[in-house]
Design a protein around this ligand. Structure first.
Ligand code: GAR
Length: 190
C-alpha cells in the first residue's frame, strides 16, 4: 500500500483547484495523499465550505505565524498553494523547503511575480497579444513565483477571448496539472 503523505492546502478563494485535489483523493487517483487541513487566508472563502463538505479540518489564519502553527499541529509533510494570495514567510519556506508547491495561471517566467495573480494575469496576457498561455506548477522559494518549475501545460489564446474566457480555459488545465505536480513532488520526497 502507498504511504500516505500528510498534505495541507492553503487557499484564499473559490477553491476549484482544491476541489480537483479532493475529487482525485476521493476517487483513488491520489493514493499517496492524505488531506490533513485546509487553511484559508480569508474568512468566508468558499474553499472552506468545499473542505468541510469533504470532512477535512479547516482553519483561517491571516498571520504567517498562525499558518505555521496550523501546519505543524497536523503534522504537515507537504504544502499545496491552491489560489493562495499571500506570500509565505521565510520561516515557513525554511521549515518546508522543497515541500511546498504552487499553481500559477501563466507560463512562468511570463506573467508572474508581484502583482500577477488571478484575473490580472489573464488581462495582461491578452493585452500583451499572446497567442498562447497556460499554467505552471512550481516549488515555492523565497521569491514570488521564482521556484523550480515542476511542470507546465499550454493552452491557446483564441481571437476575441475575454480574460474570463482565458481564465476558464487555463483553470481546466490547472485542475489536471496540479494533481500531476503533487504526485511528482511526493515522489521527489523519497
Ligand atoms: C487559480 O487560477 C490559481 O492559479 C490562481 O488563482 C486561481 C484560484 O482559483 N493563483 C494565482 O494567481 C497565484 N499567483 P481557485 O480558488 O478556484 O483554485
Amino acid at each position: 500500500m502507498d504511504k500516505k503523505n500528510k498534505v495541507a492546502v492553503l487557499v484564499s478563494g473559490g477553491g476549484t483547484n482544491l476541489q480537483a485535489i479532493i475529487d482525485k483523493v476521493q476517487n483513488g487517483e491520489l493514493p499517496q495523499v492524505e488531506l490533513v487541513k485546509v487553511i484559508s487566508s480569508k474568512e468566508g472563502a468558499f474553499a472552506l465550505e468545499r473542505a468541510a463538505k469533504a470532512g477535512i479540518p479547516t482553519a483561517v489564519a491571516k498571520e504567517q505565524a498562525d499558518v505555521l502553527n496550523e501546519l505543524k499541529a497536523c503534522g504537515t509533510e507537504l504544502i499545496v498553494l491552491a489560489g493562495y494570495m499571500k506570500v509565505l514567510s521565510e520561516e515557513i519556506i525554511k521549515e518546508y523547503r522543497n515541500r511546498i508547491i504552487n499553481i500559477h495561471p501563466s507560463l512562468i517566467p511570463k506573467y508572474c511575480g508581484k502583482g500577477f495573480y488571478g484575473i490580472r494575469v489573464h488581462n495582461a496576457v491578452i493585452a500583451g497579444g499572446e497567442t498562447e498561455s497556460g499554467a505552471t506548477v512550481h516549488y515555492v522559494d523565497e521569491g514570488v513565483d521564482t521556484g523550480e518549475i515542476i511542470l507546465q501545460r499550454k493552452v491557446p489564446v483564441e481571437p476575441g477571448d475575454t480574460p474570463e474566457d482565458l481564465a476558464a480555459r487555463v483553470l481546466k488545465v490547472e485542475h489536471v496539472i496540479l494533481a500531476e505536480g503533487l504526485k511528482i513532488a511526493i515522489d521527489n520526497l523519497k
